[in-house]
Design a protein around this ligand. Sequence first.
Ligand code: ITT
Length: 194
Amino acid sequence: MPELIFATNNLHKLQEIQQAVGNKINILSLKDIGCDEDIPETASTLEGNASLKSWYIYSHFHKNCFADDTGLEVVALNGRPGVHSARYAGPGHDHEKNIEKLLAELQGVSNRKARFRTVISLIMNGNEIIFEGIANGNISNQKHGDKGFGYDPVFIPDGYQKSFAEMDLDEKNIISHRGIAVRKLLNYLKSYDK
Ligand code: ITT
Protein backbone atom coordinates (compact mmCIF):
# COMPACT_ATOMS: atom_id res chain seq x y z
CA MET A 1 0.00 0.00 0.00
CA PRO A 2 1.55 3.35 -0.98
CA GLU A 3 2.14 5.83 1.84
CA LEU A 4 1.43 9.54 1.41
CA ILE A 5 1.63 12.48 3.77
CA PHE A 6 -1.41 14.73 3.59
CA ALA A 7 -0.22 18.29 4.29
CA THR A 8 -3.19 19.73 6.16
CA ASN A 9 -3.97 21.09 9.60
CA ASN A 10 -7.68 20.63 8.97
CA LEU A 11 -8.88 17.47 10.72
CA HIS A 12 -12.19 17.47 8.81
CA LYS A 13 -10.32 17.31 5.50
CA LEU A 14 -8.13 14.53 6.85
CA GLN A 15 -11.21 12.54 7.88
CA GLU A 16 -12.91 13.06 4.48
CA ILE A 17 -9.84 11.98 2.57
CA GLN A 18 -9.19 8.96 4.79
CA GLN A 19 -12.78 7.87 4.19
CA ALA A 20 -12.46 8.44 0.41
CA VAL A 21 -9.24 6.45 -0.03
CA GLY A 22 -10.26 3.58 2.26
CA ASN A 23 -7.38 1.11 2.49
CA LYS A 24 -5.91 1.99 -0.91
CA ILE A 25 -3.36 4.41 0.52
CA ASN A 26 -1.85 4.76 3.95
CA ILE A 27 -2.39 8.45 4.72
CA LEU A 28 -0.04 10.05 7.23
CA SER A 29 -1.08 13.32 8.84
CA LEU A 30 1.27 16.17 9.73
CA LYS A 31 0.85 15.07 13.36
CA ASP A 32 1.95 11.53 12.42
CA ILE A 33 5.26 12.92 11.06
CA GLY A 34 5.74 15.32 13.98
CA CYS A 35 5.15 18.49 11.96
CA ASP A 36 3.18 21.23 13.70
CA GLU A 37 3.98 24.03 11.23
CA ASP A 38 1.27 26.35 9.98
CA ILE A 39 2.50 26.23 6.39
CA PRO A 40 2.21 29.68 4.76
CA GLU A 41 -0.50 30.07 2.11
CA THR A 42 0.67 33.24 0.40
CA ALA A 43 -0.11 32.47 -3.24
CA SER A 44 -2.90 34.21 -5.15
CA THR A 45 -4.47 31.00 -6.54
CA LEU A 46 -5.68 27.66 -5.14
CA GLU A 47 -3.13 25.90 -7.39
CA GLY A 48 -0.35 28.10 -5.98
CA ASN A 49 -1.29 27.45 -2.35
CA ALA A 50 -1.75 23.69 -2.80
CA SER A 51 1.68 23.65 -4.42
CA LEU A 52 3.31 25.73 -1.66
CA LYS A 53 2.00 23.34 1.00
CA SER A 54 3.03 20.12 -0.74
CA TRP A 55 6.50 21.39 -1.72
CA TYR A 56 7.05 22.63 1.82
CA ILE A 57 6.50 19.12 3.17
CA TYR A 58 8.45 17.41 0.38
CA SER A 59 11.47 19.65 0.84
CA HIS A 60 11.50 19.22 4.63
CA PHE A 61 10.60 15.52 4.91
CA HIS A 62 11.64 14.07 1.51
CA LYS A 63 8.52 11.89 1.39
CA ASN A 64 5.75 11.61 -1.19
CA CYS A 65 2.93 13.89 -0.18
CA PHE A 66 -0.05 15.94 -1.26
CA ALA A 67 -1.93 19.06 -0.19
CA ASP A 68 -5.41 20.37 -0.95
CA ASP A 69 -6.45 23.99 -1.26
CA THR A 70 -10.15 24.67 -1.54
CA GLY A 71 -12.20 27.77 -2.23
CA LEU A 72 -15.86 28.69 -2.45
CA GLU A 73 -16.44 30.67 -5.67
CA VAL A 74 -19.71 32.61 -5.68
CA VAL A 75 -20.96 33.83 -9.07
CA ALA A 76 -22.68 37.02 -7.79
CA LEU A 77 -19.47 37.92 -5.93
CA ASN A 78 -17.33 37.50 -9.06
CA GLY A 79 -15.73 34.34 -7.70
CA ARG A 80 -15.12 35.57 -4.15
CA PRO A 81 -14.22 34.47 -1.50
CA GLY A 82 -12.24 31.99 -3.65
CA VAL A 83 -8.65 31.65 -2.54
CA HIS A 84 -9.47 33.82 0.51
CA SER A 85 -12.27 31.53 1.76
CA ALA A 86 -10.56 30.64 5.06
CA ARG A 87 -9.95 34.26 6.08
CA TYR A 88 -12.99 35.80 4.37
CA ALA A 89 -14.32 37.40 7.59
CA GLY A 90 -10.84 38.18 8.95
CA PRO A 91 -7.95 36.16 10.39
CA GLY A 92 -8.72 33.13 12.54
CA HIS A 93 -10.52 30.65 10.25
CA ASP A 94 -13.86 31.38 11.96
CA HIS A 95 -16.51 29.32 10.12
CA GLU A 96 -19.47 31.00 11.79
CA LYS A 97 -18.25 34.50 10.94
CA ASN A 98 -17.41 33.48 7.37
CA ILE A 99 -20.94 32.15 6.85
CA GLU A 100 -22.50 35.26 8.44
CA LYS A 101 -20.51 37.50 6.13
CA LEU A 102 -21.44 35.42 3.08
CA LEU A 103 -25.17 35.49 3.88
CA ALA A 104 -24.98 39.24 4.54
CA GLU A 105 -23.26 39.90 1.22
CA LEU A 106 -25.86 37.80 -0.59
CA GLN A 107 -28.87 39.30 1.18
CA GLY A 108 -31.47 40.16 -1.46
CA VAL A 109 -29.35 38.66 -4.25
CA SER A 110 -31.33 36.20 -6.37
CA ASN A 111 -28.40 34.58 -8.19
CA ARG A 112 -27.14 32.15 -5.50
CA LYS A 113 -24.96 30.03 -7.82
CA ALA A 114 -21.61 28.95 -6.39
CA ARG A 115 -19.05 26.22 -6.66
CA PHE A 116 -16.50 24.61 -4.40
CA ARG A 117 -13.20 24.03 -6.14
CA THR A 118 -10.47 21.80 -4.71
CA VAL A 119 -6.99 21.68 -6.14
CA ILE A 120 -4.69 18.88 -5.02
CA SER A 121 -0.95 19.07 -5.54
CA LEU A 122 0.67 15.63 -5.37
CA ILE A 123 4.43 15.25 -5.22
CA MET A 124 5.78 11.83 -6.11
CA ASN A 125 9.55 11.41 -6.15
CA GLY A 126 10.06 15.11 -6.81
CA ASN A 127 7.46 15.44 -9.60
CA GLU A 128 4.32 17.49 -9.08
CA ILE A 129 0.90 16.57 -10.50
CA ILE A 130 -2.21 18.73 -10.07
CA PHE A 131 -5.79 17.39 -9.75
CA GLU A 132 -8.98 19.45 -9.63
CA GLY A 133 -12.48 18.73 -8.37
CA ILE A 134 -15.53 20.99 -8.68
CA ALA A 135 -18.96 20.80 -7.03
CA ASN A 136 -21.62 23.16 -8.37
CA GLY A 137 -24.54 24.34 -6.28
CA ASN A 138 -26.35 27.23 -4.66
CA ILE A 139 -25.95 29.21 -1.45
CA SER A 140 -29.03 28.86 0.76
CA ASN A 141 -30.62 31.75 2.67
CA GLN A 142 -29.86 30.18 6.03
CA LYS A 143 -27.83 27.38 7.58
CA HIS A 144 -29.01 23.77 7.37
CA GLY A 145 -27.45 20.79 9.17
CA ASP A 146 -24.58 20.30 11.57
CA LYS A 147 -22.34 17.77 9.81
CA GLY A 148 -19.33 18.61 7.65
CA PHE A 149 -17.40 21.83 8.23
CA GLY A 150 -16.68 25.29 6.87
CA TYR A 151 -19.34 26.56 4.46
CA ASP A 152 -21.15 23.18 4.27
CA PRO A 153 -24.32 24.37 6.10
CA VAL A 154 -25.11 26.93 3.37
CA PHE A 155 -24.08 24.96 0.26
CA ILE A 156 -26.83 23.03 -1.56
CA PRO A 157 -25.23 20.91 -4.28
CA ASP A 158 -26.99 20.78 -7.67
CA GLY A 159 -29.59 18.01 -7.83
CA TYR A 160 -30.15 17.93 -4.05
CA GLN A 161 -32.62 19.56 -1.66
CA LYS A 162 -30.20 19.47 1.28
CA SER A 163 -26.90 21.02 2.23
CA PHE A 164 -23.53 19.30 2.48
CA ALA A 165 -23.92 19.67 6.27
CA GLU A 166 -26.99 17.40 6.13
CA MET A 167 -25.00 14.59 4.47
CA ASP A 168 -22.88 11.83 5.92
CA LEU A 169 -19.23 11.75 4.88
CA ASP A 170 -19.84 9.00 2.32
CA GLU A 171 -22.67 10.86 0.64
CA LYS A 172 -20.73 14.15 0.52
CA ASN A 173 -17.62 12.41 -0.87
CA ILE A 174 -19.52 10.97 -3.85
CA ILE A 175 -20.36 14.43 -5.22
CA SER A 176 -17.97 16.82 -3.50
CA HIS A 177 -15.09 18.81 -4.95
CA ARG A 178 -12.65 16.99 -2.64
CA GLY A 179 -14.13 13.56 -3.38
CA ILE A 180 -13.79 14.15 -7.13
CA ALA A 181 -10.21 15.43 -6.86
CA VAL A 182 -9.19 12.51 -4.62
CA ARG A 183 -10.63 9.93 -7.03
CA LYS A 184 -8.50 11.49 -9.79
CA LEU A 185 -5.47 11.17 -7.51
CA LEU A 186 -6.32 7.51 -6.81
CA ASN A 187 -6.67 6.77 -10.52
CA TYR A 188 -3.30 8.36 -11.15
CA LEU A 189 -1.69 6.24 -8.43
CA LYS A 190 -3.20 3.10 -9.98
CA SER A 191 -1.52 3.83 -13.30
CA TYR A 192 1.69 4.85 -11.50
CA ASP A 193 1.86 1.36 -9.94
CA LYS A 194 1.85 -0.41 -13.31
P1 ITT B 1 -5.31 23.43 5.36
O1 ITT B 1 -4.52 23.16 6.60
O2 ITT B 1 -5.47 22.20 4.50
O3 ITT B 1 -4.82 24.63 4.58
P2 ITT B 1 -7.72 25.05 5.72
O4 ITT B 1 -8.89 24.88 6.67
O5 ITT B 1 -6.92 26.32 5.81
O6 ITT B 1 -6.82 23.75 5.87
P3 ITT B 1 -8.45 25.68 2.94
O7 ITT B 1 -7.57 26.88 2.95
O8 ITT B 1 -8.33 24.74 1.81
O9 ITT B 1 -8.28 24.82 4.27
O10 ITT B 1 -9.98 26.06 3.07
C1 ITT B 1 -10.51 27.31 2.70
C2 ITT B 1 -11.81 27.54 3.39
O11 ITT B 1 -12.82 26.76 2.75
C3 ITT B 1 -11.87 27.20 4.88
O12 ITT B 1 -12.67 28.18 5.49
C4 ITT B 1 -12.56 25.87 4.92
O13 ITT B 1 -13.31 25.72 6.10
C5 ITT B 1 -13.48 25.96 3.71
N1 ITT B 1 -13.67 24.62 3.12
C6 ITT B 1 -12.71 23.84 2.57
N2 ITT B 1 -13.24 22.67 2.17
C7 ITT B 1 -14.56 22.72 2.48
C8 ITT B 1 -15.64 21.82 2.34
O14 ITT B 1 -15.48 20.60 1.82
N3 ITT B 1 -16.85 22.20 2.78
C9 ITT B 1 -17.03 23.41 3.32
N4 ITT B 1 -16.07 24.32 3.50
C10 ITT B 1 -14.84 23.97 3.09
